[in-house]
Design a protein around this ligand. Structure first.
Ligand code: ZN
Length: 369
């Protein structure tokens, strides 16, 4: 089982990391097991050169962790039903942006490659790890999901998103199988098919662009059952990447956290607390599980492997502890010993991993039986 690690260098404009502290943590992890890859980003001004060089000397592949369709100004906007850019005010406790530009518009792909060439190409990487390659989830309600109506999307897809009925199953979800949702209404199916095709085409163009520059490509993905709602189609995306990291975050109260995203879906259609609870319950019923536990995320990994058996699937789980990531040593041990797949990504920031969590990583024997 491969072990990859994720290292946050902070948001653009923030101070750099303490490289001595980072190296101490990396050495501790390395004593427990080899590090197959390190995913490092996002601040273009503060690349941790010593840590990256040390990792490479230990045999790790170093990927630039790069947010794509969110977190930057100047992207062509995502347009809502009213013909105007949708409001996306959600910010994480740490100030991270989650406002998305249109993931379908090739201008945003070109802008991403240009931004890489201008701001990031000066460092040495083995690959680029693409994050935020999707449409918005339900964190800002329904409007950002009922997109995109920008001129490019209207010309190429012509799908008019529609307001949906309320009730405990407003999208008309019928069944979840093979990483996709069957939905009752053709107009809903068309909307999400458009999103999937758009994101797959954009990621293919990005992957081609980065491979032409000599880099491998990794992808940060929502859990398969959530990926449908944000335009991430595992069957289309997995063959484009050297590895993918499903974010199987069970203790994150922020975007991509699984219970968090289910709650935001349930709340996005409004109604009373009882109606929202009924909506959440209906989804869990359709998923066939009362809770988001290790068994459930392992079924999700099996789903990912099922759409591409030869593709590398590294399960991402949280080892950091912040206001929104509530990981504990027991959670870490359960994931390291119990997760299926080809490997794990110790997410999403080794810098903000407390020592007790780091000890849980180091002492947990994750070698194959
Ligand atoms: Zn668009």
């Amino acid at each position: 089982m491969d072990v990859a690690i994720q290292i946050s260098t902070g948001l653009p404009g923030t101070p750099g990391v303490d490289e001595d502290a980072l190296l101490r943590k990396l050495r501790a992890i390395r004593q427990a097991f080899p590090i197959a890859a390190a995913l490092i980003g996002w601040n273009p001004a503060t690349w941790p050169s010593r840590a990256a060089d040390w990792l490479r000397g230990q045999g790790a592949e170093v990927y630039l962790w790069l947010p794509v369709f969110s977190g930057w100004d100047g992207l062509a906007p995502l347009i809502g039903l009213d013909g105007r850019p949708v409001e996306q005010p959600y910010r994480s406790a740490a100030g991270e942006r989650f406002d998305f530009g249109c993931p379908a518009n090739p201008a945003n792909v070109a802008a991403t490659l240009a931004r890489f060439d201008q701001e990031f190409a000066g460092q040495r990487y083995d690959g680029v790890f693409l994050d935020k390659i999707r449409f918005p989830s339900f964190i800002d309600g329904l409007a950002p999901v009922l997109t995109c109506g920008c001129p490019w999307c209207a010309a190429h897809f012509g799908v008019q998103a529609q307001p949906l009925d309320r009730g405990d199953n407003p999208l008309g979800l019928v069944a979840y199988r093979d990483g996709r949702w069957d939905v009752a209404e053709a107009r809903v199916a068309q909307l999400f098919a458009h999103k999937a095709a758009a994101v797959t085409a954009s990621v293919k163009a990005l992957a081609d662009g980065f491979r032409q520059r000599g880099y491998k490509v990794g992808l940060d993905l929502f859990a398969p059952f959530l990926s449908f709602f944000v335009g991430q189609d595992y069957a289309g995306l997995l063959p484009l990447a050297d590895f993918v990291k499903p974010m199987l975050y069970r203790v994150t109260n922020a975007p991509a956290g699984i219970p968090f995203e289910i709650d935001r879906y349930a709340a996005a259609f409004g109604g009373s607390a009882a109606e929202i609870a009924a909506r959440r319950g209906r989804v869990m019923q359709l998923l066939g599980t009362p809770v988001v536990d290790l068994d459930f995320v392992n079924e999700e990994i099996a789903t990912a492997k099922g759409v591409c058996e030869t593709c590398k699937v590294y399960a991402g789980f949280e080892i950091n502890r912040t206001e929104v990531a509530l990981s504990t040593p027991a959670y870490i041990a359960e994931n390291l010993t119990g997760l299926a797949g080809d490997g794990v990504v110790l997410s999403w920031d080794v810098n903000s991993t407390p020592d007790e969590n780091l000890r849980a990583v180091v002492v947990t024997d994750n070698s194959p039986p």
